[in-house]
Design a protein around this ligand. Structure first.
Ligand SMILES: Nc1nc2c(ncn2[C@@H]2O[C@H](COP(=O)(O)OP(=O)(O)O)[C@@H](O)[C@H]2O)c(=O)[nH]1
Ligand SMILES: [Mg+2]
Length: 197
C-alpha cells in the first residue's frame, strides 16, 4: 500500500476551462457507474472517505482531480453505462473525454475498472479503444473479486481478458475493497505509468 501524507480532492471540473493548472503526472480512472471506482481510490490511497462511495448514478458529470502528496494526480472519470442517459449527456461525456485524452498533456495513462462478476460491456470496450487510440498505457482492474467464488475467479478473469482483447502490455489485476488483495502489485504498475518519461 502506498502511504500518502496528503490525498485530497482539489477540484471537480465540468469542462476543460476548469482543469487544474498543474504539472503533476495524471492517471485517469474509468469504468461503468457503480463499478467501484470511488472505493478503489479510497483503498489505494489508504483513505476511508476521500472519494464518495454510493449510488448516485448520473450525478457526477465532472472530472475529479485528486492530488497525492503533490506528486501524482488521480483523475476520476464519471461512471458510464447507466440506462437512462440522454443522447445529449452521452455526447457531452464523449466530448469531455476526447478533450481530456487529446489535450491533457499531464495524462500518462488510464485504469479501466470492470466488475469481476460480469463480462465487460460494449461501453468498456469502447473506453479501452479510446485509450488505445491515444496510445495511453492501460491497466485493467477487476473489482469486487470478493463477490466471485474462488473456484470461478480464474474463469471470470479469462472472460474479461478475452472480451477486452488485452495484450501483454495491458495488465489485468484483481481487486477488492473489502478483503485483502495485492494492492502493491497494482501500485507498482501505476507508479511505472506515473514515472514514465
Ligand atoms: N463487495 C464489494 N462491494 C464493493 C467493492 N467496491 C465497491 N463496492 C460497493 O459497490 C458500490 C459502488 O461503489 P463505488 O465505489 O461508489 O463505485 P463508483 O460508482 O464506481 O465510484 C458501493 O455500494 C460499494 O460499497 C468491493 O470491492 N467489494
Ligand atoms: Mg464514484
Amino acid at each position: 500500500m502506498a502511504v500518502f501524507q496528503k490525498a485530497e480532492l482539489i477540484l471537480s471540473a465540468p469542462s476543460k476551462k476548469e482543469w487544474p493548472n498543474s504539472d503533476l503526472p495524471e492517471i485517469a480512472l474509468a469504468g461503468r457507474s457503480n463499478v467501484g471506482k470511488s472505493s478503489f481510490i479510497n483503498t489505494m490511497t489508504g483513505r476511508k472517505k476521500l472519494a464518495y462511495v454510493g449510488n448516485t448514478p448520473g450525478k457526477t458529470r465532472l472530472l475529479n482531480f485528486y492530488n497525492l502528496d503533490d506528486k501524482y494526480m488521480f483523475v476520476d472519470v464519471p461512471g458510464y453505462g447507466y440506462a437512462n442517459i440522454s443522447k445529449r449527456q452521452l455526447i457531452q461525456f464523449g466530448e469531455m473525454m476526447e478533450d481530456y485524452f487529446r489535450e491533457r498533456k499531464q495524462n500518462k495513462g488510464i485504469v479501466l475498472l470492470v466488475d469481476a462478476r460480469h463480462q465487460p460491456t460494449e461501453d468498456d470496450c469502447l473506453m479501452l479503444d479510446f485509450a488505445r487510440y491515444y496510445e495511453l498505457p492501460i491497466v485493467v482492474v477487476a473489482t469486487k473479486t470478493d463477490k466471485v467464488k474462488r473456484s470461478q475467479l480464474l474463469k471470470h478473469m479469462k472472460v474479461i481478458k478475452e472480451t477486452l482483447q488485452l495484450d501483454d502490455h495491458e495488465p489485468l489485476f484483481r481487486f477488492s475493497a473489502v478483503e485483502p488483495c495485492d494492492t502493491d502489485a497494482i501500485w507498482e504498475a501505476l507508479l511505472k505509468i506515473f514515472q514514465k518519461k
